[in-house]
Design a protein around this ligand. Structure first.
Ligand code: ZN
Length: 245
């Protein structure tokens, strides 16, 4: 029993992943679930399509069926501070602009601020000299980072699940996809309204899945019980006509 208890505790611990929020729990996403990102390409490395990465990340977050979130690309900007729309920019002074982020290990950062709802935000991508410059990572890595940072700007913190896009590093991520944990997090912040205001929400019986009742029940039961007997008799009769050698 003790071994079983240890095993079950271990299973519970390793499967208990969950999303977190980037702000305190009283701040619940952007108002109306409509979030726009604008891009300042001034310091972005040549050959790195940050706008495309933002559009692709927006599409990924928009495809969660249980969420009402609508992320949009709103064009270019010259802004360099937190705002609404959220400003995305590349920094050649990444550590200084981000308050001390490691230039050689951090590809991007993002934040969003607000009281009841998020109201301003910014994403900064690393364009400083070093291994973590966005020009020095693969296209897939950049896409994962931008999707991850967009998650922060939308209000998500880090997940404990190594396969989640919101895990703190993309080192374990082989494909750019949202996991159930990412989906749960974004659906919590931006739940889909299934029904209009004041509309009754109900659920019904699915008749095809119900067992038969009354006389039909006895017919149903009889067939279930008779079936093995019929199969047995059929096999027995076949065995009788087998030629003998
Ligand atoms: Zn992060």
């Amino acid at each position: 029993m003790k071994i079983l208890s240890i095993i079950s505790t271990f299973i519970f611990v390793v499967t208990a992943h969950s999303f977190t929020l980037s702000n305190n729990s009283s701040v619940k996403g952007w108002k109306d679930g409509e979030v726009t990102f604008v891009v300042n390409t001034a310091n972005c490395p040549a050959g790195v399509d940050v706008i495309k990465a933002i559009k692709d990340a927006a599409e990924i977050w928009n495809q969660v069926p249980t969420s009402s979130l609508k992320v949009k690309y709103g064009g270019t900007t010259t802004a360099t501070t937190d705002g609404d729309p959220i400003v995305v920019r590349c920094s050649v002074n990444f550590s200084g602009d981000t308050g001390g982020a490691d230039e050689d290990g951090t590809v991007g950062v993002a934040r969003a601020n607000g009281t009841d709802r998020l109201a301003s935000g910014q994403m900064i991508l690393n364009a400083s000299t070093g291994d973590a410059n966005i020009a020095n990572v693969s296209k897939k890595a950049l896409d994962i980072v931008v999707t991850h940072e967009m998650g922060h700007a939308l209000g998500l913190g880090h997940s404990q699940s190594t396969s989640a896009v919101m895990y703190y590093t993309y080192s374990f991520k082989t494909d750019l996809n949202l996991t159930q944990d990412d989906i749960d997090g974004i659906s919590y912040l931006y739940p889909k309204d299934e029904f209009d205001d004041n509309m009754f929400a109900g659920c019904g019986l699915v008749s095809s899945q119900l067992p038969p009742t009354g006389p039909m029940y006895f017919l149903f039961l009889s067939l279930i019980l008779l079936l093995p007997l019929l199969v047995y008799l059929k096999l027995k009769s076949k065995l009788k006509i087998l030629p003998q050698y």
